[in-house]
Design a protein around this ligand. Structure first.
Ligand code: NAD
Length: 351
């Protein structure tokens, strides 16, 4: 298969591409604008492979997208390009509207134009796979889970923009017959995670001896999905999922934010003890809560398990141990990002 991945220089997109090049025969074209979040060094492990290619381009640029699609002739478009950081969406929502909504509209239009020109067999095999978030469903109380039929109730500019893009994708299936797939997943974590997100931010600040910021009282609950489990899920969905369907993808790992931070501290205590012998948890400090901070997200992933046979392999404790080890062993990857353009003094989000 030929897979066009948008946002392939991002956290999840690069994990998907590494997985596809290492563990499948698929060819991959990575189409990415390289915003602040696009990191090409995340692809170094596979970028010499002849089945991988890269084009720098903007999903909002109709000509660039059309050219990439018509020249590459994909069987699948896996659409991950997005603005993804909730805190940034609160500070400056305009970019989120443009990329996540207008960009997805443009991807759908160009995909539709291409799909209409395919012969019948290729039309039937084609998939437009839109990667989205569980945040579109809003916030849960202490009980219950998001299913594929939960009503949409987005509450941040980020989740509202993702909800809008999900609606567009469904509409292009219902109205024009484009064979679409949507996955809504929980918080990802793992290697190559950009330093502004909660887990890498805590690891990096802990190692620097800086205070570890936790929003509010740290009681917000998120489900955590190891990014390599997610990459396997995405492949399973675009290879075997039924057109027009939505699948929730979760990690079976609900944790309060404060417990995530404590687990990281305890792992670092074992793997890389502080010079003064004190626990990293001494660095934890509570900061003013994020505006509109959703209380709890939790995913019911029984549909993808029952229909496509996918389930997460990684436990949260093993996944965190692997992630902490990766950040200790790959300092040059994240140090280069910090040196070039990013200050971890900025707060992380709840993911
Ligand atoms: P990321 O921020 O790490 O990467 C986004 C990538 O998209 C970057 O490489 C960036 O350069 C690229 N990009 C941004 N705007 C672009 C544009 N206009 N044209 C082309 N490329 C552009 O994001 P991520 O964490 O890898 O998330 C990928 C997708 O998964 C997003 O759609 C996000 O909404 C969704 N998602 C992420 C999570 C998570 O926990 N990270 C959870 C649920 C859903």
């Amino acid at each position: 298969m030929r897979i066009l991945v948008t946002g392939g220089a991002g956290f999840i997109g690069s994990a998907l591409i590494r997985h596809l090049i290492r563990d499948s025969d698929h060819e991959v074209l990575n189409f990415d604008k390289l915003t602040y979040a696009g990191v090409l060094t995340s692809l170094e492990p596979i970028d010499a492979d002849p089945r991988y290619s890269f084009i720098q381009g903007d999903i909002c640029d109709a000509d660039a997208v059309r050219t990439a699609i018509t020249e590459f002739r994909p069987d699948v478009i896996a659409h991950l390009a997005a603005e993804s950081h909730v805190d940034r969406s609160i500070d400056g929502p305009g970019e989120f509207i443009q990329t996540n909504i207008v960009g997805t509209f443009n991807m759908l239009q160009q995909a539709l134009g291409y799909w209409r020109e395919l012969d019948e067999a290729d039309q039937a095999a084609f998939r437009f796979h839109h990667i989205s978030t569980d945040e579109v469903f809003g916030s849960l109380g202490d009980e219950g889970y998001f299913t594929e039929t939960t009503s949409y109730d987005p509450r941040s500019p980020y989740s509202a923009s993702k909800a809008a893009s999900d609606h567009l994708v469904r509409a292009w299936h219902e109205t024009y017959g484009l064979p679409t797939l949507i996955t809504n997943c929980s918080n990802n974590y793992g290697p190559y995670h950009f330093p502004e997100k909660l887990i890498p931010l805590i690891i990096i600040r802990a190692l620097a001896g800086d205070p570890l910021p936790v929003y509010g009282d740290g009681s917000n609950v998120r489900d955590w999905l190891y990014v390599e489990d997610h990459a396997r899920a995405l492949r399973r969905v675009f290879e075997q999922g039924a057109p027009g369907e939505t699948y929730n993808v979760g990690g079976n790992s609900e944790r309060r934010n404060i417990d995530v931070v404590r687990t990281i501290c305890e792992t670092l205590d074992r793997e890389s003890p502080r010079a003064d012998g004190k626990p990293y948890a001494d660095q934890i400090g509570f900061v003013t809560d994020r505006l509109g901070h959703d209380h709890r997200y939790a995913i019911d992933a029984s549909k993808i398990r029952a229909e496509l046979g996918w389930e997460p392999i990684e436990t949260f404790e093993d996944g965190i141990a692997k992630t902490v080890r990766w950040y200790l062993d790959n300092r040059s990857w994240w140090q280069a990002i910090l040196d070039q353009r990013y200050d971890t003094g900025r707060l992380g989000k709840g993911k």
